[in-house]
Design a protein around this ligand. Sequence first.
Ligand code: GLY
Length: 423
Amino acid sequence: MRILVVGGGAREHTLCWKLAGEAGIRQVVCAPGNTGLSQIARCVPVDIGDPSAVLSLVEREQIDLTVVGPEFPLTRGLANVLAEAGHPVCGPTREAAELESSKGFAKDLMARHGVPTARYVICETASAALDTLRSGRFGYPVVLKADGLAAGKGVVVAPDAASAEASVKHIMVDRRFGDAGARVLVEECLWGREASFFVLTDGARAAVLPSAQDHKRAFDEDQGPNTGGMGAFSPSPLIDGAMAGRILDEIVFPTLHGMAAEGRPYRGFLYCGLMLTADGPKVIEFNARLGDPETQVILPALGVELLPLLIDATCGRLASGVCRVRPERHVGVVLASGGYPDRFETGHVISGLDAAATLPDVMVFHAGTAQVGSDVVTAGGRVLTVVARGADFASARERAYDAVSRVSFDQMHFRRDIAASLS
Ligand code: GLY
């Protein structure tokens, strides 16, 4: 088979790495890919936000199956365009991807189908949001969410009225996230432990992938601004078999049935961001894709081949069940450009990549990198994810940080406490 993976980050590097060695794969093509990906896949520069450009690539390259990594092409209707042209694609339609692209749609769907989540109000204007806050209905801290896609930055946990009201202005009046902030959700703050639960679904059935936890804040001890994720580990010790069963019964299947009943069958990867509360698991958010950096630890942890699952999900013949997970633990540390998630420099030469990647049980996945002559240089905020496996979290962590110590670039920044609470 000829597979196309759409995207160019460390998540897509990991998808290609997992698929590249599997039975039945003739070639992995990646659009647009990145420097690391070009060692294992044929990278083709394409505007992945333009579905017709990707369709041309699929036809030109005689692709048998397309797997979409990021949410943006899905919200532009890439899965619709490929499916309408008769090309198998693993990823939800634009309508189904609204589970991620409209927080309000997702909350209303959960309300209609009895999926546990935080109480909320959707506010169409800044004055409605201020009235909701001043009603005292949710108390403090309170959660404010931009309705649309905001690159992981559109959620604020406001500790008091002053910061909540400033955030309303920031999102709805100043339009810090553009039209994504045209509507705001005001939500009660949930208390508990966060974990990420992933399934691959054909719309009715769900294959459960390894679970994970990520570290979203920029600095150690969960300080600093929210990022796309500074590290992750898998599996989450919070999700045992009984909890996985509850999440499937109370969250995943009611959501899939609700989406199908409302004429938006959901196919592809579904990422459930959960708060495990004293009242059971509740949805913080859905994403219409795999997580980043969670993918970098869950696919190495997956104990079965991915290709047969992708084919079955795409053909509508997936078997529900929990996929076999490797016995080891996996820890991933993101190496970022200094200043990320705010302003950062690019173009710094990266050294030590081979020294890290050739260590046993270590994988180095590229995100923001570029080839300049014989050098690999930084080209983004999150530059690399260094992943290691070990018999337990302590040894996986030690191995990951040993590999991290071999890599360097000017202003390199990383957290030193990924999975530290488990060691
Ligand atoms: N790590 C969070 C996300 O992928 O959205």
